[in-house]
Design a protein. Structure first.
Length: 223
């Protein structure tokens, strides 16, 4: 096993461990809708932990109904299996750059992190409520809140960098409450987003063969 594969595995494991550790802490210490922020006397009140549960996909997206949840969980399992097979094939056949392997590891680890919530959280945790007396318990005596593959994904990272009321002179939306950036997400979502973003931003370095092919094609057209 070469050093790039070892590093990518370590990065993936760290993402999963950090993601699950924070989710478990939030699930067992906060109630739904509870928020807290980092009061560093530096104006960083927009760095918040805001506990919410997402029954579906990243950033609050979802498929409706119980079967929608089953389909989503099964899709995640198939997608993760496909990603792992694809990464292995690329390493064996195509000798990809270290950047590609690490980015794909981030994406795969993020997908695994959210899949674990869907698979097991309903079985291992009690239901969370909207008051301090309804904080979820780990392994409750009367069982979890949902069966296998029906767990909800725990989200908590909230960065409302701008939270204001728009001036009355703003067309159409004057006087309305405006928040930027409003999605609530988790470390797994961040890993997927970062992996994709890095591949797009540094695609010429991560996919040098494609860059060379484009260069050759342009030269041929010029001739």
């Amino acid at each position: 096993m070469n050093s790039v594969i070892k590093k990518s595995i370590i990065i993936g494991l760290l993402v999963i461990i950090a993601d699950q550790a924070l989710k478990i802490w939030v699930k067992t210490h906060m109630f739904l809708g509870e928020s807290s922020y980092l009061n560093w006397d530096s104006g960083f009140s927009w760095c918040q932990l805001s506990f919410t549960e997402n029954p579906g996909m990243a950033f609050g997206l979802k498929l409706e109904g119980q079967w929608g949840k089953y389909l989503l969980s099964i899709f995640r399992m198939v997608a993760i299996t496909g990603l792992i097979i694809f990464i292995g094939w690329m390493i064996k056949k195509k000798k990809p750059t270290p950047g590609f392997v690490i980015c794909m590891s981030l994406i795969t680890a993020g997908a695994i992190g959210n899949l674990l919530d869907s698979m097991f959280y309903g079985m291992f945790f009690g239901a969370s409520g909207y008051s301090a007396t309804q904080i979820a318990e780990f392994m409750p005596a009367d069982g979890g809140y949902a069966p296998f593959l029906q767990g909800k994904v725990v989200d908590m990272l909230y960065f409302p960098m701008i939270d204001t009321t728009l001036p009355d002179w703003v067309p159409f939306y004057g006087g309305e409450h405006f928040v930027f950036f409003s999605p609530i997400f988790n470390i797994a979502d961040s890993a997927v987003t970062v992996g994709v973003f890095i591949m797009i931003l540094f695609q010429k370095r991560i996919f040098p063969n494609l860059a060379e092919e484009d260069s050759v094609e342009l030269k041929e057209k010029a001739i």
